[in-house]
Design a protein around this ligand. Structure first.
Ligand SMILES: O=C(CO)[C@@H](O)[C@H](O)CF
Length: 542
């Protein structure tokens, strides 16, 4: 789309992913050559496809652990959104490239013979009428599933333990990760597994629909399977062998995330008017696509301040650990990205606001304004629900002599919460190999990013400027940007160069004078106290 002639050529970012309120949907954005979003559309599974009976796009099974989505619902949602676009007069003939993203870890099981059906789609019929018999598993496991603990333990044992698996694949075994899900299906439904000719992720499944044949899995989303060696970017034979037989041939070979995987199927050319040369760029996971949509660069960190707080890190030298997830970077094949999730996010901030700032964000801000950086050495850990990073529960307060105290004055509680949340983020990010650099930008998003005083603490703790961005469409916009990147030649052209025209984030806070001195002194102390709580609240080390 870079050197195009028509007045508006564009790329499409298509995505199967969840939005802020956890409702699942298919969402589309179209981005023109000036990187402006000029078209958006979405289809909500629960509302627009009620015949599938999902809630939040999924079925939670009676065991409370198994969570699946009907694959034909996703297929039909694509039919619906393309028909909506057609009915709205969207000019498909100007789409030079498309890419997309899918919720990570989910898996789709194509029945033997399905590729033939994909390759011979009739443009007179919708997809869902032609793919009815193409799946050996109709209810696909998705990222909310937590029913594979046994398979996780088997996988870790097969490769020498949790840390060994993390060094190999970027994460220790997690229930939602695809290898463990495949292992469960092989063990519990061997017949369906043997009738499966191809296994896709949600991302490569969506790309396959557009390609009209099986799309390969990209390195970045493939890093969320506990199967891909993230350094060599090849499947780990030890992991494959532990999960299920003949697995490599069902997965196909992984490809760089910026790869053009082919031209769009003639089905879309004839049915919707896409140009025959429209390129399909490898689809990826929603989080890697969000990193692209936020245009994160080397040294940057994105902080999504939501119900739970999520950190997106750009890493050059990852240090795989027993927490967090390291994925191959979706826009720079030499580098990596990491996700870190902190469960006690906005709900914890709201509780402290209610208890110590009269339920008012302006009182909360006043408390931050009236207390000094470093909070007089008072440090707090606030986990009203079991925290993920690290696994601690409860509220723990320490005074400047490192003595436990049961309470702080109201204003000090407020600052202790926010400084503690951000010091924890910096410490655990650095534990994965992240380093603040002179060019570091912190991109803040999510509810709390509207509070300037909270962002000031974030800037002070990291010693870096904080910018705010709207990420409602980040995964989708990131997919459209990646489509442009693939079109521009992928690895030969830096992603940042391709998307330099995109709108810039707004500067919201810069570090206060003296912030580095204050927090360079406090961070090691905070880390030691966190380890002290951990050793007190869980048994002896494994
Ligand atoms: O499991 C996750 C990441 O590891 C979630 O963010 C899913 O990608 C959401 F779709």
């Amino acid at each position: 789309a870079l050197n195009c002639t028509p007045p508006r050529c564009c790329s499409l970012g298509k995505i199967l992913h969840f939005i802020l309120n956890n409702a699942f949907q298919v969402k589309v954005v179209a981005v023109d050559a000036e990187m402006n979003v000029f078209y958006e559309e979405s289809v909500h599974f629960d509302r627009d496809l009620p015949e599938f009976g999902t809630r939040g796009g999924v079925h939670v099974h009676k065991d409370g652990l198994t969570v699946t989505s009907p694959v034909l619902m996703w297929v039909q949602a694509l039919d619906v959104i393309l028909e909506k676009m057609k009915a709205s007069g969207f000019d498909f003939s100007q789409v030079l490239a498309l890419s997309g993203a899918g919720q990570q870890h989910g898996s789709i099981y194509w029945q033997a013979g399905a590729q033939q059906a994909l390759r011979s789609l009739s443009p007179d019929l919708p997809l869902h009428q032609q793919l009815q018999a193409c799946f050996s598993i109709s209810d696909c496991p998705v990222w909310m599933d937590s029913s594979t603990t046994a398979q996780c333990r088997q996988l870790e044992a097969a490769v020498g333990g949790a840390q060994a698996l993390s060094c190999l694949t970027g994460s220790r075994a997690y229930e939602r990760f695809t290898g463990n899900q495949i292992a469960k299906i092989y063990q519990q439904n061997p017949k369906a597994y043997s009738h499966t000719e191809r296994i896709s992720l949600v991302s490569s499944f969506a790309a396959s629909l557009f390609l009209g044949s099986y799309s390969p899995i990209d390195y970045s989303d493939g890093s969320g399977m506990n199967l891909l060696q993230i350094q060599d970017k090849v499947w780990s034979q030890a992991c494959l062998g532990s999960c299920a037989p003949h697995l490599e041939e069902k997965l196909g070979q992984p490809v760089p995330s910026c790869s053009v995987v082919g031209a769009i199927s003639s089905y879309y050319v004839q049915r919707y008017g896409f140009p025959p040369g429209c390129k399909v760029v490898a689809f990826t996971g929603d989080n890697p696509a969000s990193l692209a949509g936020m245009r994160l660069e080397e040294g940057d960190i994105a902080v999504s301040l939501g119900t739970s707080d999520t950190l997106f890190l750009w890493l050059q030298e990852p240090m795989p650990a027993l927490e967090g997830h390291i994925f191959c970077n979706p826009v720079d094949p030499q580098h990596y990205m990491a996700l870190l999730c902190f469960k006690n996010g906005s709900l914890m901030r709201e509780k402290i606001r209610d208890e110590f700032a009269s339920c008012s964000w302006s009182e909360f801000s006043k408390a931050l304004q009236s207390t000094e950086m470093g909070n007089g050495g008072n440090l707090g850990f606030y986990f009203d629900v079991m925290e993920i990073t690290p696994e601690i529960i409860g509220r723990h307060r320490f005074n400047t002599e490192n003595h436990k105290v049961s309470a702080f004055p109201g204003d000090v509680e407020v600052r202790a919460l926010i400084e503690g949340q951000f010091m924890a983020k910096r410490i655990h990010a650095e534990g994965l190999g992240y380093r603040v650099m002179s060019k570091t930008k912190i991109l803040a998003t999510g509810g709390a990013s509207h509070n300037r005083d909270i962002l000031q603490v974030l800037a002070d703790v990291f010693g870096a400027p904080v910018y705010v961005i709207d990420t409602a469409n980040s995964a989708c916009v990131g997919s459209a940007y990646r489509a442009f990147h693939g079109l521009a030649g992928g690895t030969d052209m830096p992603f940042s160069e391709v998307v330099k025209l995109a709108p810039n984030p707004r500067l919201a806070a810069t570090p206060s004078p003296g912030a580095s001195q204050v927090y360079e002194a406090l961070l090691p102390k905070f880390a030691k106290l966190e380890q002290r709580i951990l050793s007190q609240t869980r048994g002896p080390p494994e």
